[in-house]
Ligand binder design. Structure first.
Ligand SMILES: CC(C)(COP(=O)(O)OP(=O)(O)OC[C@H]1O[C@@H](n2cnc3c(N)ncnc32)[C@H](O)[C@@H]1OP(=O)(O)O)[C@@H](O)C(=O)NCCC(=O)NCCS
Length: 164
């Protein structure tokens, strides 16, 4: 597949499926928020419409999202976020889902880098970011004075990359 060919949702690796958010998902996504979500992601929007929800065995297990609306992003960058419900954690689903999201971004060919801004105390999220190949670029402090880790991963089409 070339870098200019969009990959439509759903997209699966055989274990995890990313599918477009549907009407009615919002209530399940909100119900899936727990203390870890609120600690690291704040209150959360009352009308969640992420890029994709994560499905495992036909069950909604969380979501992945990206945006390019933060003032500090460079034009070729987008920022990635994710949540896996507590019932589904520790099974590699976030790592699989973020890998699929990066595949989707590569096929769109709009961004060359994906960024992660992660609370320095959020070990599981840091593991997800490093597992998908992100590397630390900075250690900023957020507006509440909490240390964060800023990581970046190249967004590359693995097939197109073979021609380079
Ligand atoms: C961060 C989060 C998405 C990880 O989801 P997950 O599906 O459990 O992640 P994975 O199973 O892919 O695990 C990723 C790594 O974290 C480790 N991990 C998962 N849960 C962990 C825990 N509670 N404590 C320590 N390590 C943990 C896994 O062992 C794995 O490490 P490895 O690759 O070295 O084996 C999930 O914990 C979550 O939704 N947290 C709340 C919301 C949040 O913090 N989102 C990210 C904001 S930047």
């Amino acid at each position: 597949m070339s870098a200019s060919t969009p990959v439509p949702l759903p997209l699966t690796d055989g274990t995890v499926t990313l599918r477009a958010t549907r009407d009615g998902d919002g209530a399940t996504l909100i119900a899936g928020r727990d203390a870890a979500f609120h600690r690291f992601m704040g209150e959360g929007t009352p009308d969640p419409r992420p890029t994709a929800v994560i499905e495992v065995d036909g069950e909604l297990a969380g979501w992945v999202d990206y945006d390019d609306e933060r003032s500090w992003l460079e034009p070729h960058q987008c920022n990635v976020g994710y949540h896996v419900f507590a019932t589904h954690r520790g099974l590699g689903y976030a790592t699989r889902a973020v890998r699929l999201l990066l595949e989707l971004l590569a096929a769109q060919a709009r961004y060359t880098e994906a960024t992660f801004v992660i609370d320095a105390a959020n070990g599981p999220s840091l593991r997800v970011a490093t597992a998908v190949g992100a590397t630390e670029r900075d250690r900023p402090v957020n507006t509440d004075g909490r240390p964060e880790v800023f990581l970046v991963v190249p967004v590359v089409d693995p097939i197109a990359g073979l021609d380079a």
